[in-house]
Write a protein that binds this ligand. Sequence first.
Ligand code: SAM
Length: 244
Amino acid sequence: MAQLEVYRIDPAAVDVARGEATLSGDEAHHLLRVRRGQPGERVMLIDGYGTAWSAQLVAAERASARLRLVSRHERWREPPVRVHLGIGLLKADRVLDAIDQCVQAGVAEITPFASECAVAGWRENRARRAERRALEAAKQCARGSVPPVHAPQPIADWCIQREAGARKLVADTDGDAFPDIAPGERVAVAVGPEGGFSEREIEFMFAHGFRRVSLGPRRCRSETAAVLAVAAITGRVEQPPAVS
Ligand code: SAM
């Protein structure tokens, strides 16, 4: 089946009772002006919180598009496991690459953390760029939710705040094989910055219930390790779609 173009819709602009939705702003501009969408065209709408709608363009207005809702899909292309990635602050665009690829691999949320060996900072405009990259990646892979990228926090705070019921992993070249993961689990996984973790940080994580996992014999860049870690987790619980 041909892949439909994906647009993000504000949940408040979805009128379920009337079976309609109104797309506005950049998303409407893209559909109407860039793609020159015509009435009758089918698209996919995602609300960013897991719900997707198959919809049909009804009318183009000056700065908005009116669509008819055709079918609703809950947890659209969401993995049956909730992965929270904590990643050391990285230079320049590397953290954006990590966000892009981890969203495609099924991450649920991302928190950059400041740690002893991290040299990068987090400038004002990074938050906006991170948010935009997460949205583009979610649209690209057509998943219903747009994972939030939280403001950076100290690594100790991130570790302490992980829930008691979550499985806690830290990616480390000296780690053990990846454990089995069951559908429904919540997993927090920490990936170090380019300089890695200090022994003190590893000890702190152990004391807070984290266990070391290896991603294989090669020492990867942080952004590669991040996507390998997320994919290792989601890949343990996801089935490939059935071929009809
Ligand atoms: N000099 C650092 C060291 O030796 O720890 C290298 C850090 S590596 C570039 C960045 C992060 O990616 C590591 O802290 C770790 O979390 C993760 N990582 C890279 N390769 C890995 C692997 N094969 N297994 C597990 N984690 C890995």
